[in-house]
Structure formats: C-alpha cells, structure tokens
Design a protein around this ligand. Sequence first.
Ligand code: NAD
Length: 269
Amino acid sequence: MEQKLKNQIAIITGSSSGIGAGVAKSLAEAGAIVVINYPLPGGLDAANNVLDEITGSGGKGITFLCDVSKEEDVLKMFAAVIKEFGTVDILVNNAGIQKDAPFEDMTLAQWNLVLGVNLTGQFLCAREAIREFLRRGVDDSRSKAAGKIIHMSSVHQEIPWAGHANYASSKGGIKLLMESIAQEFAPKKIRINSICPGAIQTPINQSAWGTAEALKSLLTLIPYQRIGQPEDIGKAAVWLASDDSDYITGASLFVDGGMTLYPGFSTNG
Ligand code: NAD
C-alpha cells in the first residue's frame, strides 16, 4: 500500500476497540504513527493488543490513557504526544458511548455522560489539535494542510432516534461543531470533516447484530445488504486524512451502505 500518511502523527480517540481500532490500523498501514487512546486503566491490555497488531505488520505507535471528557486529561495527552513526536498532524475524534433510555426515564447523569464524551470530548480534542496546527502551520514535507480533523459522527446526525435522544443530540451537535470550525479554520489550511457511519459491527451495537433475527431486522435498514466493518471506516479515514482529499473541508461523508437513502421507500413507500 502506498504510504500516503508517511510519518504523520495521528491521535485516534477511543481506539482500543471497534471503529477506532480499525481506523488506527488503516492509518498505520498508510504510514502514520498512531496514538491508541483508551479511557480507563483497565483498557491497557486491549489498547496493547491493537498496538501489537499494528507493530506486527510493521506499523508504529504508542498507547495513551486519557478520558476525552476531562480537560486535564486531554491537555496532558496532547502535551505528551507533541513532546514525544514534535507535533500532531491528524486527529480522529472517535470516542463515543451510548446510554439509552426512554426519554421520560432518562436521567441527567445519562444525558451528561453521553454529551460529555461524544460532544465535549470532541470539542476538547479538536481545540488542542487546532492549537497545535496553528502553531506549526503548513509544512509541505508533511502535508498540503496544516492539519486534519476527522469527527466520528453517525447517520444519527440526520436520522432521529427514539430512545436515544442523548446520543442523537450529541451527533447533531457534532455536525455543527464540525461545520463551524471547518469554516473558521479553512483560511489557515486546516481541513475538518466528519465520517457518518451507518451500522458497523462493533461492541457498541452488538444487540443489533448479535443474533440472526436481529441481523435480519437490521438489514431491512441497509440497502447494500451487509453490515459495515471497521475497515470500511478506516479506508474512508485514510482518504480524508490524506492530500487526496485536499479540497474537501466541512463535509459529512456517509459510510452507511445506503442507510440514509430512506430504504422504506424502496417498495413505493
Ligand atoms: P466501541 O464501543 O467499540 O468504541 C467506542 C470507544 O470509545 C471504546 O474504545 C471506548 O473505550 C472509547 N471511549 C469511551 N469513553 C471514552 C472516553 N471518555 N475517553 C476516551 N475513549 C472513550 O464502539 P464503536 O462502534 O467503535 O464506536 C466508535 C465511534 O463510532 C463512536 O463515536 C460511535 O458513536 C460511532 N458510531 C458507531 C456506529 C456503529 O454502528 N458501530 C455507527 C455510527 C457511529
């Protein structure tokens, strides 16, 4: 594979599992040095497993403990990465959680937890990345852009989701966070985009694919008739992080097998 991200430093939040792990592997394959972030000390083994797979295939990276919803943790992570590698080129704002509840039963704690990780966490990490990109500016030997941010949003930045008001609100918030900062920093040659996954086979949504019955029901929502895999997102992330997408900023790239195509209308509505 051509190393389109050779020696670029990439922080991928929440990358000890699922989509984040897939993205970290794809970016490392494209030559990036990856930071595998995990939120709790107990997650170190899982993070090391992802890193072992990467280094076993000739890639490079480190693991880093950081809860993205905590400002002091985020400041520490960026300071440590910049100290070790000199700069940051790519941020993949991927960490996200669900705490589902019928709206009338949703607690403030459930609301705050999801907004804290999914939206505030993306704000905190994006702000630190932007500060570093502004400090460094464009270095042609690295990339045409001063830096790239990829927000992991969801089809639920568009599709309302009953029983998941906190999650859908966080993803709707990411859409305008991404677009606002993309507008603000385009003149500084910083590119900021979102990937909006549909159903990707990871721990977060196991109930949707864990049994044959659940999978059959899920596939009625996916015109392309398969569940997505983390590498589907990884390939999109490599493209959005590379100079191949140099004229793209402020875009939401739906990687969803057609989930946002209103599949209910495929049989004449
Ligand atoms: P996952 O549960 O495997 O991954 C979520 C990751 O976030 C985990 O590694 C977890 O440790 C990490 N995390 C949780 N809280 C954190 C915190 N405070 N700080 C740092 N890391 C934290 O699920 P996934 O499907 O890989 O989800 C990754 C992202 O993709 C999420 O933002 C999710 O909303 C989004 N997404 C997933 C799907 C899907 O179908 N799987 C669809 C749309 C969007």
